[in-house]
Design a protein around this ligand. Structure first.
Ligand code: DGY
Length: 332
């Protein structure tokens, strides 16, 4: 039996999993992100911390939380947590991989379709009562998707799920770039590994599926936008800082690329102001990649199960820092 702090409102089913084990739960049962000092106060003395991707868990936070043994992030991405710092302090960190793969790929593809066919603009136009007659020279003509070239940056699970949709549904040519070749994607979706520069220069659509690291920060900036096709559309459902938003705005404004579909932003929840003003061929959504009811529930339950195992001193199923000893108690 241990005390756990949950930083935000979650599904009751996830709380029930923790309850059943006899743990005592304190929860910030609101949608408000707690400032770090408040998070530290609330989590102080607890053994478990269940958090979201917008809770920053830096080493100074962990230094304050000397009793924390397990941090369970309800997200697959974990750039919000200092993993090396956690390992050093003997804290297990877990995430929620797999369960959101297909849902996030659905969204990435929806974003691609939305930007290519200008669906949000057409929706606004219709709602504004501007649909007076069918015109050959329709004001919202978009571009075709089928048989075009899709460049996937990061052919991990989500990248491959996007490739599946593109190949099987739209007969697209798939090229990809990443740290390693993926034979399964090459076999199943005829995906071709190319160097990053080639992907940038030859794709009609580019979909980003890499984690945020020092290496991937601003992977797409002024030079990449210059090198892209002027008809290309960039889709980002991974992490905002992979794209240099100021450079992206300049590129779209000056017609260096056609458009973009962004579900994630550099300074969430703030949006680079000029992005908001770019309406043509640009689709913006509030980080909803995994936001289906089923998937968010699966994520929350998975995070609760990770916590239960970690607090038992077992190796949680989705332990990120494998090099931490699950049986090592935290130095205080
Ligand atoms: C994740 O889990 O990292 C996703 O960004 C959530 O949508």
């Amino acid at each position: 039996m241990a005390e756990i702090f949950i930083t935000r409102k979650v599904f009751q089913d996830a709380i029930d999993i923790l309850d059943k084990e006899g743990h005592t739960i304190d929860i910030n049962d609101t949608d408000r992100i707690l400032p770090a000092s408040e998070l530290v106060n609330r989590a102080h003395g607890k053994a478990g911390l269940v958090c979201l991707l917008n809770d920053r868990i830096d080493s100074w936070v962990m230094d304050e939380l000397t009793s924390i043994k397990v941090i369970s992030n309800i997200a697959v991405g974990y750039d919000n947590i200092d993993i090396a710092g956690a390992t050093e302090r003997g804290i297990m960190v877990t995430n929620t991989p797999g369960v959101l793969t297909e849902t996030t790929a659905d969204l990435a593809f929806a974003m691609l379709l939305g930007a290519a066919r200008r669906i949000p603009e057409a929706d606004q136009y219709t709602r504004a009562g501007k649909f007076k007659n069918w015109q050959l020279m329709q004001p919202h003509m978009g571009v075709d998707i089928y048989e075009k070239t899709l460049g996937i940056v990061g052919m991990g699970a989500i990248g491959q799920a996007v490739a599946k949709r593109a190949k099987k549904g739209f007969d697209m040519r798939i090229i990809y770039y990443g740290p390693s070749k993926k034979e399964s994607a090459e076999k199943e979706y005829e995906a071709e590994f190319v160097e990053f520069d080639e992907l940038v220069a030859t794709s009609d659509f580019i979909s980003i599926h890499v984690p945020l690291t020092e290496k991937t920060k601003h992977m797409f900036s002024t030079q990449e936008f210059k090198d892209m096709k002027s008809t290309a559309i960039l889709i980002n459902t991974a992490r905002g800082p992979v794209v240099d938003e100021a450079a992206l705005v300049e590129a779209i404004k000056h017609g260096r690329i056609r458009g973009a579909a962004l579900d994630v932003f550099e300074e969430e929840p703030s949006i680079y102001p000029e992005l908001i003003n770019l309406k043509q061929n640009v689709v913006l959504t509030p980080h909803i990649g995994s936001a289906s009811i089923e998937t968010r529930l699966r994520m929350a339950k998975m995070a609760a199960r990770n916590m239960v195992e970690g607090l038992k001193g077992n190796r949680p199923p989705n332990l990120i820092n494998e090099d931490v000893s699950p049986h090592r108690s935290r130095p205080t």
